[in-house]
Design a protein around this ligand. Structure first.
Ligand code: FES
Length: 84
């Protein structure tokens, strides 16, 4: 099992799955789910190494080193801590 934590909540999810739905349950806003609108931008405070590599859409978005789009990444295993 993998885990996503925020300041005051945490949820578990299966290894290797997209994080979008779990992030949404934690309060991250999602809209297009296609890496276009940018509303799902999250800051990864811990565990960036546990996420899949950045997608082409994320590269095009010009994210900071510690930022990802919640609709674009999968968690390999382990924990991440996010802020949004
Ligand atoms: S929901 Fe639009 S970029 Fe992620």
């Amino acid at each position: 099992m993998a885990k996503i934590k925020t300041e005051d909540k945490e949820l578990e999810l299966e290894d290797g799955v997209p994080i979008a739905d779990t992030c949404e349950q934690l309060g991250v806003p999602l809209s297009c789910r296609e890496g276009v609108c940018g509303v799902c931008r999250i800051e990864v405070l811990e565990g960036m190494e546990n996420l899949s590599p950045k997608t082409e859409k994320e590269e095009e978005m010009g994210l900071g080193d510690n930022e990802r789009l919640a609709c674009q990444c999968k968690i390999n295993s382990g924990e991440i801590k996010i802020k949004f």
